[in-house]
Ligand binder design. Structure first.
Ligand code: WTA
Length: 631
């Protein structure tokens, strides 16, 4: 299944379009199944109803772990690089990882977790986080990981949406010079979560934590009580593997559901081919496991290929902006997969932090999460890749499970800013406003995918109607990505960014409606409107226009108060970068906010606001401009 030349890519692509069932069946044969499938694919984008490998049974952890115990038990699966560089790093071999996953799976069982139960995971970036995911998968429990930057209230919403029964957390986490009190946040969340029966806590920072009798248990204590082997549960290919919440156009985050069989095949296939992974190489993905990138390319994809992966707890600038390069040098990283926002932030320190670091191990560089600007691309290429490591600009989404459009490392000729060509099995199309496919090259449109792939989401948890309306109603019969896209003269794809009400802040998806809802909860706020604007490091920043008629204190203090409300209701990651107090919002006669105008003002481009004559009160625009300029 490994592609080694551009010709092989082209013929794999052709085959995948002409005969998708036979193409994916060949790929799936590289994995360990308990029972082989009866039917490769059944689909209907109008239902929508998508099934891959029906009748097949498997357990993804047999593929991630047990299979390697025969061939490479002592190879290193994970290298853990703690936040504090003075602390020793830790390595886990496949054998050790297998045992720790089995023990944790037995702890879950001992505490009443059964196949199909939902387990919430809220953890720092430590090896126990991947162990927690795999332990759930081992027994067929469905994990729902929540990123450490979300507030108690956001956690409670997600736990209650999925009706989680069990929570796995740690006392705290280290991030740079900060300590995050994770258990405390969980305790606050659980005041409103009646379905949670038990909480398992890892000792990590050892800050004081409250442990409730009958509900809370320590991971270490439990581990002593259980066996070191746990048989894997036989799962149907279409049984859910995990839920991961993501933001969309509406205020409520949705639980994206991925399944056992298709996700496994797609994660393993894309990891191997996009990065051209070679046995023995060290892979370092800097994402957090709380996001899809960390699910697919720290946890499942690398393990499926028996790879060695670095798990890094900290942040790129702690204790110095050399941290990534120190890690590359220390662990002889061959493949580095990171985000444009991290590159731009490190670029701002110049090349001094890179000087004297031995980066010669690097063979492949990767980028994910947002469009990469050319300046960052070249900086990465020259200073980190030494001008000869191919950069794979990988476009994909939480919903897609794995990478869809990307160069294959060292195989596809790259072009700065371009995700280049679709992977085998992926059929992208650009749509015009009228809902027609745009043919030919040198065109732009909204990006849709017209044929299913094994790693795609199957539903949004508990709300199949929402799945349909979000992804399959804008262009009936097509999966709509929410992204705008250009296909250039060479047929290369360049993603231009979201065309819906989602802002991409440092590669994190934030729904404008979610932020507005939080701001509107603040006492004194009448109404608000949130838009994205270009930000030099974050890609996009969050710009909030707020109607707050009676500011009786300092305006700056009121801003800080509003930020506090957003932090409490969503989490620090959703805090607006700018808040401007305005007397009104530009609304049409039917009451709709004209966001186009607000975006232009936020961008500082007021010369061309377009037609404002349909506004209920056109004079409000001048007042907003004045307020924005005064800020
Ligand atoms: C954006 C992250 C341009 C895009 C894996 C998408 C990108 C959203 C790229 C998904 C890229 C991701 N170039 N834009 N290489 N990769 N995006 O769900 O807007 O957190 O829709 O998944 O990020 O974000 P998500």
């Amino acid at each position: 299944m490994k592609i080694e030349s551009f010709q092989e890519y082209q013929s794999a692509y052709q085959k995948s379009v002409q005969d998708p069932a036979s193409f994916w069946s060949d790929v799936a044969d590289n994995f360990l199944w308990i029972n082989r499938w009866n039917k490769v694919l059944e689909w209907d984008f109008n239902g929508p109803d998508i099934k891959w490998f029906e009748g097949g049974t498997l357990n993804i952890t047999d593929n991630c772990l047990d299979r390697h115990l025969i061939t490479q038990p002592d190879d290193i699966a994970y290298i853990f690089e703690p936040n504090d560089p003075e602390k020793e790093h830790v390595t886990l071999t496949y054998k050790v990882l297998h045992e720790r996953v089995c023990r944790t799976a037995n702890i879950l069982k001992r505490n009443g977790v059964k196949k199909g139960d939902r387990v919430c995971i809220y953890m720092p970036m430590v090896p126990e986080l991947t162990i927690a995911l795999l332990a759930c998968a081992r027994i067929g429990a469905v994990h729902s990981v929540i990123f450490g930057g979300f507030s108690a209230r956001s956690i409670a919403d997600r736990i209650n949406d999925a009706l989680c029964k069990f929570v796995i957390t740690a006392d705290g986490g280290f991030r740079g010079d900060k300590q995050i009190p994770l258990k405390e946040v969980i305790d606050d969340a659980l005041m409103g979560c009646p379905t949670v029966e038990k909480v398992m806590v890892l000792t990590h920072t050892r800050i004081p934590v409250s442990m409730l009798k009958g509900r809370d248990v320590w991971w270490e204590d439990e581990a002593k009580l259980v066996d070191s082997y746990c048989p894997s549960e036989e799962m149907n290919a279409e049984d859910p593997l995990f839920i991961l919440y993501t933001s969309g156009s509406t205020g409520k985050p949705k639980g994206i559901v991925h399944t056992c069989g298709g996700y496994m095949v797609y994660a393993g296939y894309t990891f191997q081919n996009v990065f051209n992974y070679r046995k023995g190489e060290v892979f370092f993905c800097t994402a957090d496991i709380g996001w899809i990138t960390g699910h697919t390319y720290i946890t499942y994809g690398p393990l499926l290929q028996g790879a060695t992966t670095v798990i890094f707890e900290g942040v790129p600038t702690y204790p110095t902006p050399s941290r990534f390069w120190d890690i590359v040098e220390r662990h002889k990283v061959n493949i580095l997969y990171t985000a444009p926002t991290a590159i731009r932030s490190l670029m701002s320190f110049g090349t001094d932090p890179v000087k004297g670091k031995d980066l010669s191990s690097i063979r492949v560089l990767g980028s994910v999460g947002e469009p990469i600007n050319e300046e960052a691309w070249h900086w990465f290429d020259q200073n980190i890749g030494g001008g000869n490591a191919p950069i794979v600009d990988t476009w994909w989404q939480t919903e897609t499970g794995g990478i869809l459009i990307s160069p294959l490392a060292g195989i596809t000729p790259t072009k700065p800013g371009y995700a280049t060509l679709p992977l085998p099995g992926i059929q992208p199309v650009l749509m015009d406003e009228a809902g027609n496919e745009i043919e030919g090259n040198g065109v732009t449109g909204n990006l849709c995918i017209k044929f299913p792939w094994p790693g795609m989401l199957r539903t949004t948890y508990g709300d199949h109607e929402r799945f349909k309306s979000t992804y399959f109603s804008a262009y009936p019969g097509y999966y709509f990505t929410g992204d705008g896209c250009l296909r250039d003269e060479d047929g290369y794809y360049r993603i231009t960014g979201r065309v819906d009400d989602v802002i991409n802040v440092s590669g994190h998806r934030i729904g404008t409606a979610e932020v507005e809802n939080a701001i509107n909860l603040h006492a004194g706020v009448v109404e608000s409107a949130v838009v994205g604007y270009p930000h030099p490091v974050k890609g996009q920043g969050i710009y909030a226009y707020v109607i707050f008629p009676r500011i009786d204190k300092d305006a700056q203090l009121t801003r800080l108060d509003i930020l506090q409300t957003v932090s409490r209701y969503i989490g620090a990651i959703a805090k607006p970068d700018k808040i401007v107090f305005v007397p009104g919002l530009p609304k049409t006669r039917s009451g709709k906010i004209m966001r186009r105008i607000l975006r232009k003002i936020a961008e500082g481009d007021i010369s061309n606001l377009g037609d404002t004559s349909t506004l209920l009160d056109p004079t409000v625009v001048q007042e907003i401009i004045k307020a924005a300029e005064a800020k």
